[in-house]
Ligand binder design. Structure first.
Ligand code: FAD
Ligand code: NAD
Length: 475
């Protein structure tokens, strides 16, 4: 008999979710973690980055309080205090992901590196563990691009940035994706000079209409944006670092953050010994997240590379994956992963939220029946009252009004993402939102107004007007 029903490699968001469900259902579970319990999200990702952004946004709010007639002196940034806040946020959440909590659930937590030695066996801490099923949830790590000189300078990644004791004087950020932009704005608002060097366009996956207000805000925060810039080499400059661009420009800073994407942590897992098909993108799985080559094995979280969909690096995707695995692996029910209604939020100010596909992604599939409605946040009473009426809600529906995608930009718009994820997931029409009674004044009303705009041309059409004209004669 195998030692464990389920062996899970990695105690990040994905592994912990699978472990909690499996142990809760009474299975014998082993969880292997070679580093920090909680993985990237808790220790080097979502939690520290959002904690740092909260401090940064507080400083920005203090700076712009004058718009309310509230005059404050320029904020003083106590870097040690900011770091203490970040560490405090991690410490407050850590018990949820701790060895103690999972041991209490009946999970055997092995704090060691695990690697497969056979199709049904692992080795960790010098011991062999056999399993009925295994889940690989080993996550992803920052890509380090092969730029000449980069490996000779002390660059930062998300794994080292939040442990930096000193405040960067001039932070160079390589990559203008969500990590680069969130950290650029956080540091700029906390008083650092920041330059983002982006090979293509910042926030390149997002709808360009949403990126425009963010670009303006970053520039207003003092962030220098170098888009379409190719870094040809990196070298030391005094105590700092210089980026040499292909166009001959030289940008010197005190620190360099590398944020050019993520690579699946497939090395060192012994995947060949267990016949587990993989590529640098991750573990090749079907849409039930089951390995295409070893049917005892599933993959979850950043390391999963489901056929036709590809990897996604979000904590809520880890939970989604755990749900699919519970259905398919534990209940043996049909399960099929879909990202049709997947939300994502970049927590800059303004935030960018995308739910489901963008207009460009839908057009790329050849769809021609798209109806687009927009509502500018300058027309939203709540945001006007708060002096922050910037950004937009843009909805993309099919010709019958069924919502396919939503692109939002504006202060706090991420809080609206759930509403649109539900609508897309439940295949709801815009009429549901247009007809909903939402509390006044809230930013959500912009969504309702955008939805209403889909019907306005039909409602105010000549035939409808003629009908109302006739109806008025009824007693
Ligand atoms: C800076 C930053 C900010 C982010 N912000 C957000 C956000 O706001 N919202 C959001 O949804 N997502 C965010 N993400 C993405 C999110 O953090 C990841 O999608 C999520 O943490 C991935 O979880 P995971 O369980 O797949 O992997 P991980 O969290 O990486 O966990 C994998 C674990 O496996 C362990 N491991 C690896 N190999 C082995 C082995 N052989 N043996 C034993 N253990 C092993 C690792 O030590 C690690 O702890 C952010 C990421 C970063 C980097
Ligand atoms: N708020 C969130 O939910 C959140 C926050 C941070 C990270 N994440 C997750 O982590 C993932 C990784 O984030 P990321 O920002 O590292 O990666 P990314 O792939 O999203 O963006 C990387 C950016 O770097 C650019 N780039 C690539 N090579 C370059 C080079 N050599 N020089 C200059 N620019 C280069 C790309 O054009 C791209 O714009 C995200 O896609 C997301 O899934 C989510």
């Amino acid at each position: 008999m195998p030692d464990f029903d389920v062996a899970i490699i990695g105690a990040g968001a994905a592994g912990l979710s699978v472990a909690a469900i499996s142990a809760g259902l009474g299975l014998k579970v082993a969880l292997f973690e070679r580093g920090e319990m909680g993985g990237d999200c808790l220790n080097f990702g979502c939690v520290p980055s959002k904690a740092l952004l909260a401090a940064a946004h507080a400083a920005a709010e203090a700076r712009r309080a004058a718009r309310f007639g509230v005059k404050l002196p320029p904020p003083q940034i106590d870097w040690a205090g900011v770091r203490a806040h970040v560490a405090g946020a991690i410490a407050a959440i850590a018990p949820n992901d701790s060895v103690e909590r999972f041991t209490g659930m009946g999970v055997t937590v092995v704090q060691a590196m695990a690697r497969f030695t056979a199709r049904d066996a692992l080795e960790a801490a010098g011991r062999r563990f056999t399993f009925r099923r295994a889940v690989i949830a080993a996550g992803s790590a920052a890509i380090v691009p092969p730029i000449p000189g980069l490996s000779d300078v002390p660059f930062l990644t998300n794994e080292t940035l939040f442990a930096l004791p000193e405040k960067p004087g001039h932070l160079l950020v390589l990559g203008g994706g969500p990590i680069g932009l969130e950290m650029a704005q956080a540091h700029a608002r906390l008083g650092c000079r920041v330059t983002v060097v982006e090979g293509a366009a910042i926030a390149g996956r997002e709808d360009p209409e949403c990126v425009a207000p963010l670009r303006a805000a970053l520039e207003a925060d003092g962030v220098t944006l170098r888009e379409g810039a190719k870094v040809a080499a990196v070298e030391r400059e005094g105590d700092g670092i210089a980026l040499l661009l292909a166009d001959g420009a030289r940008i010197a800073g005190t620190h360099l953050l590398v944020a050019v994407g993520r690579a699946a942590r497939v090395a060192g897992l012994g995947l060949e010994a267990a016949d587990i098909a993989h590529s640098p993108r991750g573990i090749a799985t079907d849409l039930a997240l089951r390995s295409v080559s070893n049917r005892r094995v599933w993959a979850a979280g950043d390391i999963a590379d489901p056929a036709g969909l590809g990897p996604r690096a979000f904590t809520h995707v880890c939970s989604q994956h755990a749900g699919i695995i519970a259905r398919a692996m534990l209940f043996r029910l049909p399960a099929k992963l879909s990202y049709d209604a997947l939300p994502r939020v970049t927590y800059t100010d303004p935030e960018i939220a995308q739910i489901g596909p963008t207009e460009a992604e839908l057009r790329a599939t050849g769809r021609v029946d798209l109806a687009i409605t927009r509502w500018p946040l300058s027309e939203n009473d709540r945001l006007v009252a708060e002096g922050r009426a910037e950004g937009l809600v843009k909805l993309v529906a099919d010709g019958k009004g069924r919502l396919l995608g939503a692109s939002l930009a504006g202060p706090g718009v991420g809080n609206m993402a759930g509403m649109f994820a539900l609508m897309i997931g439940q295949r709801m029409k815009l009429s549901a939102l247009a007809g909903a009674v939402l509390p006044y004044p809230t930013a959500q009303e912009a969504g309702k107004r955008a939805a209403g705009d889909f019907y306005a041309p039909r409602l105010l059409s000549a035939p409808v007007k003629r009908a109302v004209g006739l109806l008025k004669h009824l007693p």
